[in-house]
Design a binder for this molecule. Structure first.
Ligand code: HEC
Ligand code: HEC
Length: 166
């Protein structure tokens, strides 16, 4: 009887230790950097990683980071070339160097428009955005603030829908 109690106590101790250690480990990991924590479909690798870093640093301060794949290359290019005229605000602090690296990254993770297609200014006008949402009933209007309704980790650049299962 007593022996059994001890066993239970030891077991409980081990379980609680591993829970605490587990928390510690995951906390340490997630506070390392936003990119390491990224689980987006468009997670950058190799040479594009530094461009992604610049992107998250410069383009996810006023709003959530927009995943590259939802807009065409042409839109990304216009945005990067016109930081002084960004949807009615100014994007400060871009340099030629960071612009170039962000462009390499965004270009690589998005597609070109078809010939004669009009360049969308917003995701709500982008064919690519809708192509990524087949059979999804989307809210109206589609804005930067609506992504989080379904992509609860959009702020961390995670657009996986069932990220727990991955
Ligand atoms: C100073 C704040 C600020 C910064 C920094 C900023 N943005 Fe924006 N961005 C805005 C505002 C404001 C809007 C308009 C939001 C709206 O109309 O719903 C916007 C809209 C957008 C949109 C269109 C969203 C849609 O509804 O389709 C994209 C794409 C975008 N920004 C990308 C970027 C990129 C890329 C960068 C970095 C180069 C960046 N933003 C940096 C403020 C900012
Ligand atoms: C009503 C819920 C809903 C809203 C709102 C929504 N999404 Fe989605 N999104 C989904 C679902 C569901 C999928 C998976 C679709 C599939 O693969 O069939 C998805 C897929 C995606 C993907 C592709 C992910 C992958 O793993 O391939 C991206 C990128 C994405 N959404 C971005 C956005 C952005 C940016 C916004 C905000 C403008 C947004 N979504 C708003 C539900 C939503």
């Amino acid at each position: 009887m007593i022996k059994k109690r001890w066993k239970m106590l030891i077991l409980a101790f081990i379980v609680s230790c591993s829970v605490i250690l587990g928390w510690g480990a995951s906390y340490g990991f997630s506070s390392n950097s936003i990119v390491q924590n990224t689980k987006s479909v468009d997670k950058a690798t190799g040479n594009f990683k530094i461009g992604e870093d610049f992107y998250l640093e410069n383009c996810a301060t006023c709003h959530i980071p927009v995943p590259p794949a939802v807009l065409p290359q042409e839109t990304w290019q216009r945005i990067l070339e016109n930081p002084g005229n960004h949807y009615g605000v100014k994007v400060e602090g871009l340099t030629g160097f960071s612009q170039r690296l962000m462009w390499q990254y965004l270009q690589n993770y998005s597609r070109q428009l078809l010939k004669d297609e009009i360049e969308p200014k917003y995701m709500a006008q982008s064919r690519y955005f809708f192509a990524l949402h087949p059979n999804v009933t989307l809210p109206s209007p589609i804005t930067l603030n609506s992504c989080i309704e379904c992509h609860t980790q959009a702020k961390d650049f995670n657009y996986r829908v069932n990220f727990d299962r991955n």
